[in-house]
Design a binder for this molecule. Sequence first.
Ligand code: PGA
Length: 688
Amino acid sequence: MATRWRNSVTWRWVVNICRFILGATFVFSGFVKAVDPLGTSYKIQDYLTAFGLSELVPDMVPIALSVALAVLEFGVGVHLMLGIKRRATTRLALLIMIVMTPLTLYLALTNPISDCGCFGDALVLTNWQTFGKNVVLLICAIVVFITPWNMVRFLTKKMEWTLSNYSVVFAFALAVYCLATLPIIDFRPYRIGNNIREGMVIPEGAKPTVFDTRFVMEKDGVKQTFTIDNYPDSTWTFISAETVVVEKGYEPPIHDFVMEEMETGDDITDDVLDDPGYTFLLVMHRTEEANEGNIDLINELYEYSKEHEYKFYALSSSSAEAIELWRDRTGAEYPFCIMDDITLKTIVRSNPGLVLIREGMILNKWCDSQIPDEFKLTAPLEELTLGQTKEVNDLKTLGWVCVWFLVPLALIVLIDRIFNKKNNNKNNNKLIKRSMRKKIVAGNWKMNMNLQEGVALAKELNEALAADKPNCDVVICTPFIHLATVAQFLNQDVIGLGAENCADKVKGAYTGEVSAEMVKSTGAQYVILGHSERREYYKETPEILKEKVLLALANGLKVIFCIGESLAEREANQQNEVVKAELEGSVFNLSAAEFANIIIAYEPIWAIGTGKTATAEQAEEIHAYIRGCVAEKYGAEVADNTSILYGGSCKASNAPELFAKPDIDGGLIGGASLKCTDFKGIIDAWKK
Ligand code: PGA
């Protein structure tokens, strides 16, 4: 049976493994993007250029998209890992994978960009590797989407809300911080402590890139392609030549660090990298886009370098005119060298950004807002800590990130707890419990009213509750034939809609039956199961009900599950055993997460439709007992969150007394739900 495997332990394991694979990947991917949002925005720019869209999109878009992507991925990852808002999260994760997988297949096939950039510079994958990874993640996303409720939750509902918001704020703050300064973890070959010279070395024996040149030649009107090995004689006329990479060899991490003096065109790379003294490199990949806010500091730093005989070069890929313009605007006197644009963007994620090197070793880096000023440059660099290699420890940084994530979070939770405790202390015990669970008044129309009458009643109720909002959840459970019509006009934010029954089979040749899926497809959200009339007249056994409950839940319906003793059983004082056995027989097989969708309705059979009501005390006693059974099975928290309704001759006159009891969370109303005024009178009991 479909519901069986979906509730099996093996499937649960599969779902939870998939959710962690998916969650961890999203967290990692979001985190590395938040650490280097500028890097991601460059990648987005590359994509836009490859698709010919770069001209159409405003400059701010790639950076805004990059931050949004980081927040989205990190947020979804945290939600998946902790099991927050499982249904919405798994839908979103699946949607992301449905978009990303075909896109990465397209990238792998057409190869407009060699590295997709999904993990920034932290983990560079080829396009085919990325596609493979996405196929795995898509499978995981489908698995968790099928039964999100199988994901184990690690937080209470309240904590979920806090953590959900906090994870988004955190990722956003991290991205903005790294954008305003520099990436807190540098995954690029130009990280502090690396030697540029060493990054350029090709190890001995490394495979070189193999090129091949193809020559197109023509003779007597016939074109043919030749290689250097079979180059033809001079009777052939040369048409064109093309050099292709036959096999990509080893490419050192740094392969494009070339400094060319702007005025002379001289390559001074070796001079700079071999210099035993300090060299400041002011990196401005494009002077026309560079921030001019700190030009005075830069000019002072240049003066300081001259004074101490340190080298100072500005590196840019801008045109000579643009550089002249920069000089005019800022009074810059320092020499400029030309370097490749991508290399400059890779060296430092700030425009301008400053790098201090000695003998090719990167000692320190600064973004433009943190360029050292006269208060820091009080002596020659040899005597200052800033002239030594800055200590970088990624693990320590990661530790700090965790602290920054956890400490404010712990504080929020603490404040929340203290605040709630204070509030709770002001209220009585009844309210504390009530605040945790829903107050519900549900109508059970049974086999009453034709379609027109039912529609008229539902409309009347719709209007009455629109005019006077209830302060409890209201549900009407109607015969099957009313559902689809009523669902179309009922304001389901105020009045929920439910069926009175559903089949114990998924679908097929069961003449006259209506499946849970069909009920759900009408727009209904609830179903009553286990009503004593169905148990008695239609011989529904605990086993049949168990199947019905599983099917209803699997189709996303909330179940109002009825239990209750007969008169004989009450007289024999067996009511407790009866209700417990009914719970055990049909709903205690559920997981705690599934049980969250169960509303219990205690209906003593002797009180149904008889005019005899259980006294409020009698009802409270057994409701408390039922809650105890739930607590024993699922723990106090689940029990506190479970709504237990009373049913059996409940009317506007006795509802206030019944609902005033701490363990009675509302009513399941039969006869009195057939007239709008009667039903509304019971709903209004919650206002008394
Ligand atoms: P009643 O029915 O209110 O007419 O007693 C309750 C029920 O059967 O749900």
